[in-house]
Design a protein around this ligand. Structure first.
Ligand SMILES: [Zn+2]
Length: 131
């Protein structure tokens, strides 16, 4: 469920508003509140975990590379409608034009880099969970 929440902000591709409202602090709070109301009104821990899963997407997109306008994510909405992108550039941009030459090799490099950066954290989390 948390993995699905982590990728859910990109559903905004379906409505042509990528990296906007779903990639914001406001959406993260709404997800937490919805989870709290629907799933765990007695305990906020699951709601916090849901918000963290959603918010992790914003963080990772912010740390990435973006070559499509608008550049970055609307991270601080509703307080600020600006788009933000860190200068870290930890992740390669994902090309959306499937006819672009070399896209398969580029996508494999991007996946490999993401696994290299995130894989150890995921493995550590799984290891800690099993202990
Ligand atoms: Zn995204």
């Amino acid at each position: 469920m948390f993995g699905l929440l982590g990728v859910a902000p990109d559903l905004d591709f379906l409505v042509g508003a990528h990296s906007a409202y779903t990639h914001s602090l406001g959406a993260t709070v709404l997800v937490g509140l919805a989870a709290w109301a629907l799933v765990s009104p007695r305990s906020g821990l699951i709601a916090l975990a849901c918000a963290a899963a959603w918010g992790s997407h914003l963080l990772l997109d912010w740390l990435g590379t973006d070559g499509s306008a608008p550049i970055g994510v609307m991270a601080l909405w509703p307080f600020d409608a600006g788009y933000y992108l860190s200068s870290a550039g930890w992740f390669l941009p994902i090309h959306r034009n499937l006819a672009q030459p070399g896209i398969a090799a580029h996508t494999l490099r991007a996946i490999g880099l993401e696994l290299l950066l995130i894989g150890p954290l995921a493995a550590a989390a799984i290891w800690l969970r099993r202990r």
